[in-house]
Design a protein around this ligand. Sequence first.
Ligand code: AVJ
Length: 319
Amino acid sequence: MTLTADVQEVEPFHLEFAEAVLDGLSQRAKHIPCRFLYDARGSELFEDITRLDEYYPTRTEIGLLRTYGHEMAKLAGDGCAVVEFGSGSSRKTHILLEHMKTAAAYVPIDIDDASLKEASVRLEQQFPDLPIHPVHADFSQDIDLPEEIGDAPRLGFFPGSTIGNFNLDVAVEFLARAGALLGEESGLLIGTDLQKDLDILLPAYDDAKGVTAQFTLNLIHRINRELHGNLEVERFAHKVIYNDEIGRIEIYIESLSDQNAEILGRQFSFSEGERVHVESSHKYTLPQFRDLAAKAGWGSGQVWTDENDLFSLHYLTRA
Ligand code: AVJ
């Protein structure tokens, strides 16, 4: 959309957010892209989520990396360059690297320069002999790998079920792009959340302490702070549903009454019960994810799951 005079008072740093919010709240089905949930406060709240009893993905995936990391390392082979997509704080990387004694290099890719630097320093201390080449970039765009890694075989690493955020077409597009970047002879180790009973699934996104609700509603505070909004946070609620047809969790901000609000000088109205979509989290069965990967030119090497079938780590190869 084009920005009109009222947006000019926004700091340049907030422009992309401004455009997304004004555009997304003008649609019939209101929505705001999920990446805007992860500002500094949002990322902090997400860290808190990963430590909740109800939120099984993080600890389950860490368990899989600890238990089967040696098998993953063996499949990847000696002398690999490990390329991590959206490395963030790289909190899981060291578990994998501990099993990959012969890794040739580590290449974290992230859009946030601060966490990239911090993680690089920490891993340099932990693995003094491992060359680290951070890439400051948005991995959903075209990027180049650092020349220093030469023609070492590549192991892509994309943990955390972050791919679950993407709609199917975007997920295929991401996987195809990753394949082109990593090249022939490469592998990709990717975490995906599994379909399961709603008694386990729903509380993971709607915890008793209300941390996930705070995470969702932080978006309202962000709109008020960065976009001169006057939304009353008490008049909105965190709402989670499982979309059975698509097989995904959907997270919304729900309006608790008919109300109007102003954002950047524009009026928006919300009716009682109206929802703003803010995040999706796709859950895949093993065959569903293999099919998705195949569409992007990846063959399925091996998969590891925990004993309760909560979470999966797939090792894919260029087919
Ligand atoms: C960061 C996308 C993996 O889908 O489980 C968790 C996001 N949002 N609780 C997920 C999330 C609210 C999370 N991912």
